[in-house]
Design a protein around this ligand. Structure first.
Ligand SMILES: *Cc1c(COP(=O)(O)O)cnc(C)c1O
Length: 425
């Protein structure tokens, strides 16, 4: 005799201990019913509920050694905020309406040693807004060697087209000279309103090459906008006790690009800057003002959650406290300290061996750069089992071995790694 399946509602209620809201449990119950017969239906429903819970945004342990892992939200971010109103657009001294650019953006201008700044949703929107506000309906001169695609579909010519600016291609793929820019800007047919320098974040052109620097471009008759991308604030890294790490070599920095004569710099908040997803435009006050007044600025503006997180990071930079910026804390850990933790994990779990490995900055920055690191290696591919843990642990596989790099694991999460390795047996 066939077993009668339980009602959707009863089945959903039996999953209440998962903590998911009832409508999602109803979906899980329906999916289980659609899956097959009455036999094992509770177990199938529980599996669907479990899958729904796994799909929620949640903290994960990043044991990949990729410091800015795009799939893991790039820079690690602390978010702890109780429900509260903020003075987002209130000037507390006058009691009048203020601007959301008075907080993090004002501090960013101070940090970059420049006149003004504005914050938008990401690096791509920063470039889009600058082009639309300063070169909409006119020309923007860019070297052919910098018509790049950054991961996730950010293509300079396409962003340019969306902004309404006309792309003025300058030079060749491998060699562009100042004279090429000068003639492009001087040609009235081009109507160039600005010259854009785009950092080749995720690739390198090597061999017979020549590029024009920001300092050289500063002699042009139009403002120079430097899209430095990764958001290194200062090449001298005064927030690190030992100054700039060797792996940063050659990365363009906001302060230096502005000092070299860029009228504006644009960069991401969540790459080397180490903050939340955001886009920063900093530089000349008149040009930042033009951006702020453009209708797109309203569409691209972030909320207090992002501005508050960004403000915390900017304050840490101003205090020269790199240890308070999780990305920089992790990036500057000594491999010997990681080795000690790796021994702790191996001893605690009774599994794996301590091994040297290489972390990478990631996030489409500094291609080919490796940072000496240390962690634990296991024979075989255990990534699926590790991902199934709570919190999920994300590791790397190479040559049928599982690599757990401790540089990107918060020390407080070592216990989760130990428990997970123990469970692998
Ligand atoms: C990453 C990057 C962007 C895009 O920034 P998002 O924050 O990812 O939108 C634009 N330009 C450069 C040079 C970049 O490196």
């Amino acid at each position: 005799m066939a077993v009668r399946p339980p009602s959707v509602d009863a089945l959903a209620r039996s999953l209440a201990d998962t903590g998911l809201p009832h409508p999602l449990l109803v979906d899980a119950a329906r999916a289980a019913i659609a899956d097959g017969g009455a036999a094992g239906i509770e177990e199938r429903a529980r599996r669907h509920a479990h899958a729904a819970a796994r799909a929620l945004l949640q903290p994960v342990v990043n044991a990949t050694g990729v410091l800015l892992h795009t799939n893991l939200g790039r820079a690690p971010l602390a978010v702890a905020a109780d429900a509260a109103y903020t003075n987002l657009e209130l000037d507390l001294s006058s009691g009048r309406r203020g601007s959301r650019h008075d907080h993090a953006a004002a501090l960013l201008a101070r940090l970059c040693d420049t006149e003004d700044a504005i914050v938008v949703n990401n690096g791509a929107s920063a470039v889009l807004l600058v082009l639309a506000a300063l070169a909409g309906g006119r020309g923007a001169a860019v070297s052919r060697g910098e018509l790049v695609e950054i991961g996730g579909g950010f293509r300079v010519p396409e962003v340019m087209a969306q902004s309404g600016a006309q792309l003025v291609e300058v030079g060749t793929t491998n060699r562009t000279r100042l004279a090429d820019f000068e003639s492009a800007v001087a040609n009235p047919a081009n109507g160039a309103a600005l010259a854009l320098k785009v950092h080749q974040s995720n690739y390198r052109i090597v061999g017979f090459t020549e590029q024009v620097t920001v300092a050289e471009m500063a002699s042009l008759d139009v403002p120079v906008v430097a899209d430095i991308g990764s958001g290194l604030v200062d090449a001298a890294c005064p927030w690190l006790d030992n100054g700039p790490p060797p792996w940063l070599a050659g990365e363009p920095a906001a302060r230096q690009s502005l000092a070299d004569g860029a009228a504006l710099v644009t960069f991401s908040g969540d790459k080397l800057f180490g903050g939340p997803q955001a886009g920063i435009i900093a530089g000349r006050a008149d040009l930042v003002g033009q951006c702020a007044r453009h209708p797109l600025a309203r569409a691209l503006r972030p909320g207090s959650l992002v501005l508050n997180a960004l403000q915390q990071v900017v304050l840490a930079y101003l205090r020269r406290d790199g240890q308070a910026i999780e990305f920089w804390r992790m990036a500057s850990l000594a491999a010997t300290d990681l080795e000690q933790r790796a021994h702790g994990v191996v001893e605690g779990s009774g599994t794996g061996v301590v091994a040297e490995m290489a972390s990478v900055p990631g996030g489409g920055t500094l291609p080919g750069t490796e940072i000496n690191s240390c962690g634990v290696v296991l024979n075989g591919d255990h990534t699926t089992a590790l991902r199934a843990r709570t919190p999920p642990i994300i590791a790397r596989v190479s040559e049928d071995r599982t690599w757990l790099d401790l540089r990107t694991v918060a020390p407080a999460d070592d216990q989760h790694v130990i428990a997970a390795l123990k469970a692998l047996g």
